[in-house]
Design a protein around this ligand. Structure first.
Ligand SMILES: Cc1cc2nc3c(=O)[nH]c(=O)nc-3n(C[C@H](O)[C@H](O)[C@H](O)COP(=O)(O)O)c2cc1C
Length: 337
């Protein structure tokens, strides 16, 4: 079994300053794989040649039931790209990113690196990427400021970011989200799929969502993957989530166009926001249930008066009682083409 912490102990002093581009890029990819991904599928594959890193998606890691449009897969790739670039900026490298969306090819992005410190970024981000977790549970009863993300560089005009702290609006967002859960759990294929991606607390798997990260006791983590495939656990899941939603002090929503390239850019920006918040001690909790169904996504767009459709939603706030174990990862060398 791989230690979930060990992969996060990346030693900055091991960065091969005088190494080839290939060696340096492979070092940076260690930060890329720490990005959040839908169901912890880690759908990225890398091919590094000289100063170019090609990012492909892994067809075997698509979630047909939970993510039929592959929105979340591409948002996950975007989060991974943002981590790689953030690490690159710290080490005084920069990279041009080209995006691809061909249906007949798995290539999604090409990162061309240069020795060129275009961005001055705090070294603290290296440890932030290693300590970030997607939290679940009860938030502390502490407000957050609305100006926390002021000045963040949006990646393009078509992407809009909103932070909601109004309790009444958060309650309406929570209703839409819980409707999404009801709808998802009513689908046998969704339940079958989630049952194959939730791991019990003893599991040695290096992907998927381990019970403790979902706040499950060891017993529940053993039973849940079997049960969920056979029984609609909707009522229990709603009951738990409803209580958690009541404690949410803030919600961030990013909207953008509904296409592959826009999703990758939304993913980059979402990760940029989550890292910035994490630096300020504010934790993030992605919750896509309302985004996954067209009528709920439309409802959210209307509620928040956004120009485009919402593409990612994450709850934000302080959480002292976070889970103290991390989700595991496949190693960089296991994700190389
Ligand atoms: C695009 C995307 C969608 C996600 N959707 C959800 C979600 O709806 N509910 C949830 O609890 N976690 C969601 N997550 C969080 C992942 O489950 C989490 O990132 C993954 O299990 C790895 O854990 P870590 O981020 O703590 O390392 C999502 C993550 C991404 C990137």
């Amino acid at each position: 079994m791989r230690d979930s912490q060990a992969i996060r102990n990346i030693r900055v002093e091991d960065y091969p300053t005088r190494g080839s581009f290939q060696e340096r890029i492979e070092f940076l990819l260690q930060f890329g794989i720490l990005a959040p991904s839908t169901h912890n599928t880690q759908p990225w594959l890398f091919k590094v040649e000289n100063n170019i890193c090609k990012l492909h998606y892994d067809k075997a890691r698509i979630l047909p039931a939970a993510d039929p449009k592959q929105r979340d897969l591409h948002i996950s790739l975007g989060c991974c790209i943002e981590n790689i670039l953030t690490a690159a900026w710290v080490f005084k490298l920069s990279a041009d990113v080209q995006y691809f969306d061909s249906k007949s090819d798995t290539l999604r992005a090409m990162l061309t690196f240069r020795d060129d410190p275009v961005k001055n970024i705090n070294e603290k981000y290296l440890s932030t990427m290693q300590s970030r977790v997607n939290v679940r549970g009860f938030f502390d009863d502490l407000p957050i400021d609305t100006d926390i993300l002021d000045g963040i560089e949006l990646l393009e005009d078509n992407i809009e970011l909103k932070i909601i702290i109004n309790k009444k609006v958060i309650q309406e967002i929570s209703s839409l989200s819980l409707d999404g859960i009801t709808k998802a759990y009513g689908n046998d294929e969704f339940r079958n799929e989630i049952g194959t991606w939730v791991r019990n607390n003893f599991s040695g798997a290096n992907d998927g969502m381990v019970g403790h990260s979902l706040r499950m006791s060891t017993l529940v983590s053993v039973v849940f993957p079997f049960m969920v495939k056979r029984v609609n656990l909707k009522n229990k899941v709603i009951e738990i989530n409803k209580k958690q939603w009541e404690t949410v002090p803030g919600v961030c929503v990013l909207s953008g166009e509904e296409n592959i390239i826009s999703w990758m850019k939304v993913g980059r920006l979402a990760e940029r926001c989550m890292l910035l918040l994490e630096n300020k001690g504010i934790r993030s909790s992605i919750f896509q249930a309302a985004i996954e169904f067209d009528y709920l996504q439309e409802g959210l767009k209307k509620l928040l008066k956004m120009k485009h459709l919402p593409q990612i939603l994450f709850r934000v706030g302080y959480m002292t009682s976070i889970q103290n174990t991390f989700s595991r990862r496949l190693l960089v060398k296991e994700r190389m083409l």
